[in-house]
Design a protein around this ligand. Structure first.
Ligand code: SF4
Length: 457
């Protein structure tokens, strides 16, 4: 009995990261590892598949279709479940993933038989047994129409088996993250101990933070043939003691990799010696949520770090030759002067690669706004991509806001000196992908600006 585990393709309306990165569906590999006979797991990565899902459904005739995704994938997940129901009588459809765990109501549909909302790694094997008629429905799984009642859910349990990476072997060569080619994903912890108000990640684990034992992480790493490793923890640089133990473990076991990871500016600023050691042990890129160039913004986001720490962190990374992929939140109250000041600050800081995110009131976060204040309704989740303008700007028209955003991107990403430096350090193929991907994002934004001008908004 086949279980089709499907990673959806990004919607055409979604702006963003899919143009500069394409990574393995780690959560599906974990479900694959937990899928036992008589069920047989097959992972379909629709980001890379040439043929349609319809074709695969017809060929594979799965007993179960399971999908995970982000908020922007919800429409594609619903479409796929409806298509499967129409094509294969008796198929069971399952939805899960980070958005489903926080907002299962968005996937409440007659075509979705089960929504996994808690402890997927525990619930999944039991759910398969339930589908086979051998046991009752496990806790943490909702049927259609059933609301999420937090008090009725089981305690969080961060059980994590070794992902079945062989299930994506045929796609492996095409995964990348900006300049990191053939990158493999590694998870060493769940959640984040910080409380930034805009952040959705921490909602998924209900503000809990749990680390995997390092010995287990190092065992997993030893078995990974890939050189480029992307640590997908919400924040890997949490504890100095743990980072030291991790680096010691790499040395003892002779593990030699290149690292891409998320880290907070305050940790980098406060631990330059450790970041320097990490650089010697292969740290190539850190994704840092600077969020803003103004102290007042950092405070209103409860970021818990200061502008001085942002600046010290960027200085340390530049000094060590570690690439920084920065994230900046564009507040809807910004005016032209704010955009200009942000550009000046980024140039002064030596920020060369940035992800600009118009403030997005994701459900469950402290940035939530009333539905009537949203420019994009909850029914249009493909555009809830942290790239569209979600809230009416206070001081600019929407067209002007997009215009400022495009200028800020162009002024940061395409400086000849930086492109020359990338060309020296990375294969032309990777630089070409980066330029083509960011150019596609630019095209999408130009279309947004045109549409806003046409609509006079
Ligand atoms: S933004 Fe980063 S540091 Fe802040 S809560 Fe989210 S994951 Fe943690």
């Amino acid at each position: 009995m086949k279980v089709l585990l499907v990673h959806p393709r990004a919607d055409r309306a979604t702006i963003g990261l899919q143009h500069v990165m394409l990574v393995e569906p780690l959560e599906l590999e974990v479900l694959g590892a937990l899928t036992q006979a008589p069920f047989e797991p097959v992972i379909l990565d629709m980001q890379l598949e040439q043929r349609s899902l319809r074709w695969h459904l017809r060929e594979q005739k799965p007993r179960v279709l399971a999908m995970t995704g982000y908020i922007t994938n919800v429409p594609a997940m619903l479409r796929a479940c409806r298509q499967a129901k129409a094509m294969i009588p008796g198929i069971t459809t399952v939805a899960g993933g980070v958005h489903c765990e926080v907002c299962p109501e968005d996937l409440d549909d007659p075509a979705v038989d089960f929504r996994v909302v808690r402890n997927a790694t525990r619930a999944w094997p039991d759910l398969l047994e339930h589908i086979a008629g051998q046991r009752h429905l496990p806790a943490g799984v909702l049927r259609p129409g059933q609301p999420l009642i937090e008090a009725e859910l089981p305690e969080l349990d961060f059980f994590y088996p070794r992902p079945a990476r062989h299930l994506v072997e045929r796609y492996r060569d095409r995964y990348f993250y900006i300049f990191h080619d053939r990158v493999a994903l590694l998870k060493t912890a769940f959640g984040c101990p910080y409380r930034c108000s805009f952040c959705f990640c921490r909602r998924v684990t209900r503000d809990r933070y749990q680390e995997r034992p390092l010995a287990d992480v190092l065992d997993e790493l030893e078995a990974l043939p890939q050189r480029e490793i992307y640590i997908v923890d919400d924040d890997f640089l949490v504890s100095r003691k743990r980072v030291i133990a991790f680096l010691d473990g790499l040395t003892e076991r002779g593990i030699d990799k290149h690292w891409l990871l998320y880290g907070r500016a305050d940790f980098i600023a406060d631990n330059p010696d450790l970041v320097e050691r990490f650089q010697r042990q292969g740290l190539r890129t850190v994704i840092v949520g600077f969020e803003s160039f103004q102290e007042a913004d950092l405070q209103r986001y409860d970021k818990g770090s200061s502008l001085a720490q942002n600046e010290a962190a960027m200085g340390a990374l530049n000094c060590l030759g570690i690439d920084c992929f920065a994230t900046i939140i564009l507040h809807p109250d910004w005016d032209r002067a704010d955009f200009a000041a942000c550009g000046t600050w980024m140039r002064r800081m030596g920020i060369r690669y940035v992800n600009l995110q118009p403030l997005t009131p994701l459900p469950g976060t402290g940035s939530a706004v009333d539905d009537e204040d949203l420019l994009i309704p909850r029914s249009d989740l493909a555009r809830w991509d942290l790239a569209h303008l979600m809230v009416q700007p206070g001081k600019l028209s929407q067209a002007e806001y997009y215009d400022q955003l495009i200028k800020l991107y162009m002024g940061t990403l395409y400086k000849p000196k930086d492109l020359y430096d990338y060309a020296r350090r990375y294969p032309p193929r990777m630089l070409g992908k980066m330029i083509a991907g960011t150019w596609r994002v630019r095209r999408q934004y130009l279309a947004k600006r045109r549409a806003a001008r046409k609509a006079g908004v």
